[in-house]
Design a protein around this ligand. Sequence first.
Ligand SMILES: [Zn+2]
Length: 301
Amino acid sequence: MGIDLVDIPGAVLRQDNLPRPQWSTIKAWINGNATRREWDKAWRDVAWQWLELIQDEWSHDYLIRKSAEFLMLSVEDDEGAQHRLEVCERSRRKVLESLPGVAQDGSIGCHVVIACATQDHYYDYISYYYSEGTFATSGGVFLNDDYGHFVLAPTEGQHDLTIAHEMTHNLLRDRALPLWIEEGLAQLMEEAVCDMNYGWPDKEMIVRMRDGWPAIGASALWAGTGFQNPDGDTQELTYATALCLMRRILTDYRRRWLKFVRDAQRTDAGEQSAKKHLKTSLGDILGGLLGSGKWAPGIYP
Ligand SMILES: [Zn+2]
């Protein structure tokens, strides 16, 4: 069974300066025209053609390369592309191995990485997915679309970390974990994939946390709103605190942390799971870092 995107009516529409695949249309076509055994191949063909459309649009300096589980569009040389695909494969393996029963790769076909060569390409591409003005500058994003995929910004040096981080979000996307757990794990996966260690917060950071959290309020951490808040210190403190708490839990509860993560629910920030598996409250764990205060999570419907 061959598939050709341009022959499927409405499969690709031009929106926000680029050809945008309409996944529900494509999915319906594949489900109706290919047998289940052909799905993997059909989706790989679709992904390849999708990247060709972007290549036609942007420039043929962009090349499409593939590894076992990934397809990547980028302008880099063979050596650079090889390295990046290896980081992608390693990140996927590490996350799945480290979080059994939590992370899963339910995708059919291959993962797609679009490494933008210019800021214009990057913002043109991702603007379709964000309402105006809401995206922050970063090394890249995982776009949790019907066909979830990675888009990397043209920044120097940080891509290995970005790939490891965003891969964690990708493989946890079906779990709806509390965001602080997901962001804590994503940072720990950066360490595991890139063979480095952020360590515990230093004295200065602990002072900032102790000064900052009483004013911000712990619900910004437990409900996850602090990760999106670019005001002042909030975002940085939220990421740093999430990492510190997950490291604390991994260190102090070596045999139980995975059960805690598996059962954690977003609606109570994982509090019931902490009580069940860690025999303690998340408020007490946070209090161990910040000193006494009102740190217990609430309910976040
Ligand atoms: Zn993240």
